[in-house]
Ligand binder design. Structure first.
Ligand code: GDP
Length: 294
């Protein structure tokens, strides 16, 4: 396993103890340790470079070189800066007056349908009346899958009408949510194996019709840099409002979280921590900072 960052930096600064005053070069050694930790955690190289530059600037500004515990000071500066970049505080859902619409988007297999149901469970526990609707007419069993998950989540799902297209299903879902007094409508969209134009056109049409209050991109943390590219493409086309990062129960080191936040400027709102419907947690930047630094 990797040493954690404090231990690594401790070693760097231990070597320098006898030297009296620390030089810029010594700080440079520490920066190299941080760089390795971040790259190992799957953070994209340009993001790492920016990060190191700002930390170096802060470290010099705060006179780390002359402090008695320079190692600890650097660790604190790194942690604080990483938390700030990851979003500082947690970011809750913005739900307007009912029915609030949440549009779930992402590639096939990213965990969209599962995350839709998980979100429904959370909202139900907050005493919201939730309607789930699947717009996925690509995969034959997708609508049925959401219906089954809705039952497990103990929330309603829009009755399936075979042969209906995504825009018609959206219209029906919106009408039903209004008529039946739902607080939240969650629209689970179709994914594709790769980003393609037909998917984007479909999503744009649905978005313009449904006017969602939240558009959440669901991305698989295990896919690392690919997930970052996906986030960047989706955001460019359909302006997401937040990210759900799934499979953080796996061995993803979380660097993708930082890169995604950087390329979209949008917060990570939730993380998926398992297949069960209660395995969705609010994203905590401080926990993720710890995970990235090892
Ligand atoms: P979709 O194609 O994007 O709708 O993906 P699904 O919701 O069908 O999820 C694909 C698979 O990933 C399913 O087997 C889910 O149980 C699993 N899955 C989803 N989220 C998580 C997660 O956070 N952790 C783990 N371990 N598995 C997940």
């Amino acid at each position: 396993m990797f040493d954690n960052l404090s231990t690594r930096l401790g070693k760097v600064f231990d070597r320098l103890k006898g030297k009296g005053v620390l030089s810029e070069g010594d700080v440079g050694d520490a920066m190299r340790e941080i760089r390795v930790a971040m790259l190992e955690a799957d953070v994209a190289l340009p993001v790492v470079k920016d990060f190191i530059a700002s930390v170096r600037e802060k470290a010099v500004g705060q006179e780390v070189l002359r402090s008695i515990t320079p190692g600890q000071m650097v660790v604190k500066i790194v942690n604080d800066h990483l938390r700030e970049l990851l979003g500082g505080a947690t970011s809750e859902l913005k739900l307007a007056s009912p029915p609030a619409v949440i549009l779930m988007v992402g590639l096939q297999g990213s965990g969209k349908t599962t995350s839709s149901a998980k979100l429904a469970v959370r909202l139900r526990k907050d005493r919201k009346k939730v309607l789930l609707a699947s717009l996925d007419v690509q995969r034959p069993a997708a609508q049925k899958q959401l219906e089954v998950l809705a039952q497990q989540a103990q929330v309603d799902s829009l009755p399936i009408v075979n042969g209906q297209q995504p825009l018609d299903i959206t219209r029906r879902a919106l009408e039903s949510a209004r008529r039946e007094g739902f607080d939240v409508l969650i629209l689970d969209t179709a994914g594709r194996l790769h980003i393609d134009e037909s998917l984007m056109v479909e999503l744009l049409q649905v978005r313009d019709l449904a006017k969602p209050h939240e558009t959440l991109l669901v991305a698989d943390a295990l896919t690392g840099q690919d997930a970052v590219n996906v986030a960047s493409h989706f955001h460019e086309r359909i302006a997401v409002t937040g990210i759900v990062l799934t499979r953080l129960d796996g061995d993803a080191r979380g660097g993708a979280a930082l890169s995604m936040r950087q390329v979209t400027g949008r917060p990570i709102k939730f993380v998926g921590m398992g297949e069960k419907l209660d395995a969705l947690e609010v994203f905590h930047p401080d926990r993720m900072a710890g995970r990235i630094l090892g």
